[in-house]
Design a protein around this ligand. Sequence first.
Ligand code: BES
Ligand code: MN
Ligand code: ZN
Length: 494
Amino acid sequence: MQITYTAAPAADLTGALVVLAAKGAPLVGAAAVTDNAGGGQLAKAIAAARFEGEAASVVELLAPAGTSASRLLVVGIGPAEKADAAVFEQVGGAIAARLLTSGETAATVVLDLNGAALPPDVAAARLAHGATLRAYRFDKYRTTMKPTQKPTLARLTIAGGDGGATHRDLAAIAAGMALTRDLVSEPANVIYPASFVERVEAAAPAGLAIEALGETEMRALGMGALLGVSQGSAREAKLLVMRWNGGGDEAPVVLVGKGVTFDTGGISLKQPAGMEDMKWDMGGAGAVAGALHALAARQAKVNVVGVCGLVENMPDGEAQRPGDVVTSMSGQTIEVINTDAEGRLVLCDALWWAQEQFKPSVIVDLATLTGAMIISLGHEHGGLFANDDGLAAQLTAAGEAVGDKLWRMPMGEAYDKLIDSPIADMKNVGPREGGSISAAQFLARFIKPGVKWAHLDIAGMVWAAKDGALWAKGATGYGVRLLEKFVADNFEAT
Ligand code: BES
Ligand code: MN
Ligand code: ZN
């Protein structure tokens, strides 16, 4: 969708006209003018719809009187003084959702409210951002869509604010999220470790350095845990490394992603119902790739490295068996009780390698690690596990600010004991109870002393069964905005 900013709407505008209304306030500006021109039609429609100006609520009029527009939308922004960035994004999202397949090709939003909590230029950029995010679709394999199902809205004009620098930064984030959503949405016959790397590379903004280790290199490094997972797959595993050097000489912030491009469970095979969802078991890696893309695209003044452990977990004559003992790169041995607890096996080698290679003081991993996380927190919060209160607070605040919410979970010695093994240094599963926590404890055994570490279990957040304010059902892009904000607020030079 093409976004244009202008000072005032064209007198002879075509397509949809969108005006805004605050909660508990009379119509002002364009809304009042349009109502007058239409002989009170808008006010009548608002009353009939029992519209109260709630944020992102919409009343739609077809063939409105007194305007050249073919359609008129009045969109609520809630109480004006509370209309912040999140509200304007939701408003943009509501406009896109309503008009995307409406038949309209163009829409003009008049942004002329008094007393909103944001300067008009920032409000305009946020509204555009919300519309852009909500307009994302993944239709490439739908070849027989009816014309009425296809998106029509191609141009969004915002009158009364100039997105400027805010727009440029948000466009970089939207591009990163689109990459993440593409990677997450693609089926596993299309996105597998090597093609994941190719996609990221093909999209990479200038200056984002991309490399990937193959299985020979990983074997030489001793990554027996990651390679054990991959051993039943015909696809070669990859360790993707993305480096953005926009800062000074300081050690980079390191982000690590679980990239299981398909998780059958391996020999501990999953049940068939819903197994297709496991194409998005690379959502952590997708978020890390999208975040690096966003930071590079907006030339962030910071050093960040993204590392993604990319493997496919398949059952096969070569696959690892329950009871196998593997040796991780750290030297610690692992009894593989359940081959479906593969994410931690991939992450432990990726985390160890990343620490050896980049000597970070802060490392954050993202993973669709446990179904138990969805049982605990549903689809409202990602689970946050951390060995440092300051880091946990930074991540929680970043998530709160952008709407990628996190909720901190406990860790501790009693949970750690649950993964002791009689035959090896640890086993890869604990009991069913507290399953997300023992998974985090497993990862914690691979964090070096003095390194601040957080693990985000985003199993419930990567994919949505229902439309949201900023996404159509499907890939949400969760994690990109969170990581971008976390890095910007805590590490980026101003
Ligand atoms: N990828 C899954 C976790 C998952 C499940 C993510 C559902 C998203 C939706 C992970 O690899 C897994 O299979 N975990 C097991 C762990 C168990 C064997 C200890 C699980 O959650 O059942
Ligand atoms: Mn699994
Ligand atoms: Zn998995």
